[in-house]
Design a protein around this ligand. Sequence first.
Ligand SMILES: *Cc1c(COP(=O)(O)O)cnc(C)c1O
Ligand code: SF4
Length: 412
Amino acid sequence: MHIEPKGSEDEEPAPADLHAELREFRPAGRGYWRDVSDSDWNDWHWQLKHRITTVEQLQRLMPGLSPEEYAGAAFANHKLALAITPYFFNLIDPSDELCPIRRQVIPRVEETHFAPWEMTDPCGEDAHSPVPGLVHRYPDRVLFLVTDRCAAYCRYCTRSRLVSNATGYDFHPQFEQQIQYVRDHPAIRDVLLSGGDPLLFSDEKLEHLLRALRAIPHVEFLRIGTRIPVFLPQRITPQLCERLKQFHPLFISIHSNHPRELTTEVRAALERLADAGIPLGNQSVLLRHVNDDPAVMKIHVQKLLRCRVKPYYIYQCDLIAGSAHLRTSVREGLAIMEKLRGHTSGYAVPQYVIDAPGGGGKVPINPDYVLSRNADRVVIRNYEGKVFEYPEAPDGTPLATRPPAIREPEWV
Ligand SMILES: *Cc1c(COP(=O)(O)O)cnc(C)c1O
Ligand code: SF4
């Protein structure tokens, strides 16, 4: 697997030891930025200003950059910009080309390889967009895109076409139009702010937007999708939390893929959000050599619960152009789900989904626990593979409500 033993090749540590490292919360620390003052390091604006954005900076900090990474980073600004916060950069293992953190944010030349079934808008969002920046695919909720910027860029981003504006998509959200659309459609009870990353906005701008949405009587539920707590935990200031808590019910979905992303800094940021009364969920993308391992995924979901985050979705990686090197098979995804359900707390088990290519929305994908089902019984199996039967009446009513004479199932 991708957790490379640090010592010589023949003395592989026992798997239990590797896992102990992943279970622990560790600080990302200062790493390359030892000489920076605390106040700068903990200032999110400083972190943004000092992001690694060029192949030259990357090579200076990581002399071991592979030719594939060098070529990918040199090309990145034509596709999806390169940007990594100093904080997040410190999580990369420079001696391990298969480091799960590294593969998420350092471009590779494979990003320039496009397969015929790959797309620039794999979820068909542009086709479901009634006004710029709004995606209305489900009856009662909308995706409200607020910006094309993120603190760092994920190489598999499903919105690569617009985030970072490397390909000239020229994303211009029209807040007035977007908000007016929500006002005009009483069926919309749930607004999901995403992007790009909404938490890159200033506190004032974010508050202004949330206030406008909260003022719409039929909007019951607000949520924010953000990777900032993971890429830039310094952004989660007490002041931000104070502002956010005015807009309850407000949920936040974070995006974390690997247990090593859950550092002490991230845990503290998530605790601040949770203490502000914000229920937290996590969305992971299943990625090759990152989290395509049931043992790693189990540690990840358990560690999320320890940060008061409920694992919400695991996404099959979308068919975004140039992502083949990061995708896994659905079979592997199912094998991971099989190893979670029943084996750990139900709260830790996310729903595995495929966002149907072309715009069908999220479709749940589950291991087959129903072995057969006919008019009078359902045959199921549990997480251990043990088989059980549950009786049903031929007309679909629960057996207990029927006269005793008919209640006796024929197959007993
Ligand atoms: C994911 C998504 C939502 C939210 O879906 P939930 O299953 O309710 O979390 C809404 N709109 C779009 C376009 C989405 O992609
Ligand atoms: S944080 Fe989200 S929107 Fe931004 S690059 Fe990553 S996946 Fe895309």
